[in-house]
Design a protein around this ligand. Structure first.
Ligand code: AKB
Length: 320
């Protein structure tokens, strides 16, 4: 465990990334140095953190008070609405995905916190760029509400860094795959649902078409990358919008083939819905050389390793 003077606040701590990141941060920095928060009530909160507070991040006053009361030094601000849900609720997506970020950037500007992590997404990409191996610095022309909110957030981060020296760090996460906490409302979430339904029913109807490749990542690799980026010396970081992270790239058909290696009777069919248009606007693969060079991004899991781990753990989890 690190000896630390850091006090870390995690927002969205009961979400898909939040549950696993909170546990990792508690392991590294000690659970008494972690304040977990989420919109859900205390009695639903099972977290590895020493302290849990209920927090709706759109309530700026409460968020500012929590930072002060707990002498927070670092915030991992994960609370966010994903791409599918954002199309249904554009105004709320803007309020949730952008405004609380600016409140936290202001706190950092006023030196009330020292460091901020904020997740961006591969959803920042859109029209007018190649689909494959998309580089760090291509023009960002998203066509989804979610993508627009993430581009705006990235620009706010860069502005506060360049103008006020705020130490804000960010990753453009691909679709995240994990068995501990289900995702909700994302376009890449078919790649999580498919595992649950494979184990529970032996079949799955995908809302993304069979040959649509998207960048994806097993959660352990996402958590490792997040910690690596946050522990890197500030002077090494050349990107203050958000770092590309490519992970794996596969289609629903390729994922189902990987599942069939372990479950030969597994069946899949395809009924694309409105999320297909979002997926079609995103790259199929991403170049993350800048993150590798700046802070040592690396991966442990390939498609087969991820599939094996997901099936093994979900079979155990869903047994009862
Ligand atoms: C989503 O599908 O909305 C997210 C993302 C790629 O940011 N998983």
């Amino acid at each position: 465990m690190h000896t630390t003077t850091e006090k870390i606040l995690v927002t969205g701590a009961l979400g898909q990334i939040g549950t696993e990141l909170t546990a990792k941060l508690a392991e590294i920095y000690g659970k008494d140095n972690i304040v977990a928060s989420d919109i859900r009530a205390q009695d639903q909160a099972i977290t590895a953190a020493g302290t849990y507070v209920q927090l709706d991040v759109t309530d700026s006053e409460r968020m500012i008070n929590i930072v002060a009361e707990h002498s927070v030094t670092t915030v991992y601000h994960l609370a966010s609405l994903l791409s599918g849900t954002s199309e249904d609720k554009p105004m709320f997506a803007w309020r949730l995905n952008v405004e609380p970020l600016i409140v936290l950037l202001e706190l950092a500007k006023e030196k009330k916190i020292k460091r901020l992590f904020w997740p961006s997404s591969i959803a920042v990409f859109g029209k007018g760029i190649p689909k494959k191996n998309v580089k760090q610095d291509v023009p960002l022309n998203p066509t989804s509400v979610y993508g627009i909110s993430k581009v705006a957030g990235e620009k706010w981060c860069e502005y506060y860094h360049d103008k006020f020296g705020v130490d804000v760090r960010s990753i453009r996460y691909p679709g995240l795959i994990s068995w501990k906490t289900p995702a909700g409302g994302g376009t890449t979430d078919y790649a999580v649902e498919i595992f649950y339904e494979a184990v529970q029913k032996g079949e799955y109807t995908s809302f993304i078409d069979k040959d649509t490749a998207m960048p994806m990542l097993y959660m352990d690799d996402a958590i490792d990358a997040t910690i690596r980026l946050m522990q890197a010396p500030s002077a090494q970081l050349t990107v203050r919008t958000s770092y590309n992270m490519g992970g794996l790239s596969f289609t629903p058909k390729e994922l189902s083939a990987a599942i069939k290696k372990k479950m030969p009777d597994f069946k899949i069919d395809y009924k694309p819905d409105f999320r297909q248009a979002i997926a079609d606007s995103w790259p199929s693969s991403i170049d993350d050389k800048v993150a590798q060079d700046d802070w040592g991004l690396r991966y442990e899991y390939d498609l087969d390793a991820m599939t094996d781990t997901m099936l093994l753990n979900l079979k155990e989890k869903l047994k009862h």
